[in-house]
Design a protein around this ligand. Sequence first.
Ligand code: HH2
Length: 244
Amino acid sequence: MGVLNVTPDSFSDGGRWLDRDAAVAHGLRMVAEGADVVDVGGESTRPGAEPVSLDDELRRVLPVVEALVASVRVSIDTRKAEVAQAAIGAGATLVNDVSASLAGVAAAGGAGWVAMHMKGDPRTMQRAPVYDDVVAEVREFLVERASTSGVGEVWIDPGIGFGKTLEHNLALLAHLDELVATGYPVLVGTSRKAFLGRLTGDAPADDRVEASVATATWALAQGASMVRVHDVAPTVAAARLLGE
Ligand code: HH2
């Protein structure tokens, strides 16, 4: 799954694909590099990000979704029911839902649904998150949402970096097999995230490619079915080594 953020403020590619033509060209480039899905988002969920209005989000994502659906499976990365619904109308077939609350929209539109775990909301989620047992809590939350969703195609995602410390992220990656064992296909997004910067001497987002590929490869080797990445070409090369 290639990331296409049509936003001014995403943490690693904010502002680069805000122009429709640039966004579409980047989406097609990721398809040429081997992406099976392009994930179009119009609202940053980085820690501290400000919410975006419905009109702005629709204006950003819909023309891009419309232009890409003929070439690739498109998922819509949103927390708004109206945006998910409009994107499905424009041809998106997967709702990538970091709020894990849009199952009804996905079901009604005949789309698949990604349920991601997040503690709190993006504005506050990194303020000292606490869990008794992060792996068990995330697994129980996701299984509960997935099993009551009424959606035919459900993916679960531990939400790396969403209300989690470095230690929480590493525990979830180390125990991904426990999510895989639920039987739901697992999606994992580590790409360029801050915890990788912390592990690599405070490397800025653009210099986290190797760490991103390494953790994506780890996730696939543990049984994840899809990884959400900014750097499609090197991730596909690594995935092919695993026979993916
Ligand atoms: N991470 C981000 C956004 N959406 N969706 C899923 N399912 N899993 C993730 O881990 C995930 C996600 C954050 O990354 P990015 O889109 O690059 O940044 P921003 O939220 O700043 O646009």
